[in-house]
Design a protein around this ligand. Structure first.
Ligand SMILES: N[C@@H](CCC(=O)N[C@@H](CS)C(=O)NCC(=O)O)C(=O)O
Length: 114
């Protein structure tokens, strides 16, 4: 296994798949970048729904969440009820509280420098 394979696979840090979460976002949105970066750092895998490429995703976001603002994290409970969470800061906070280990981490800025 080469260096890049080792870096990519991060031995001992298996990704966590969270099928109850879906992130509405698009690639060039800086706030979405902040959330995707948090997911990457926490090694959490969620479905990414790109509203700029898939019109159906934008419609679902608008219908479900009430705004077509991104990022928005859709959290589906076991009973099927949905929570649409807007605001990158809130989403990152939720992800950290749910997935971060007990280890103290360096605080990361949640606002992009735009
Ligand atoms: N305060 C929000 C800002 C999000 C935001 O401005 N997103 C832009 C895309 S980069 C957007 O969805 N704009 C469309 C709109 O607000 O309707 C956050 O931190 O998530």
């Amino acid at each position: 296994m080469g260096l890049f394979d080792r870096l990519r696979t991060r031995p001992g840090k298996e990704p966590i798949h969270a099928p109850d979460l879906a992130l509405y976002q698009f690639t060039t949105c800086p706030y979405c970048f902040v959330v995707r970066r948090a997911l990457r750092r926490l090694r959490v895998v969620v479905e990414l729904r790109d509203i700029s490429r898939v019109p159906g995703h934008r419609q679902a976001l608008l219908a479900g969440g009430g705004m077509d603002q991104v990022p928005c994290l859709l959290i589906t409970s076991p009973d099927g009820s949905e929570r649409w969470m807007y605001e990158s800061r809130d989403i990152v906070g939720y992800l950290k509280s749910r997935f971060a280990s007990g280890r103290k981490r360096q605080a990361a800025p949640t606002e992009p420098k735009v």
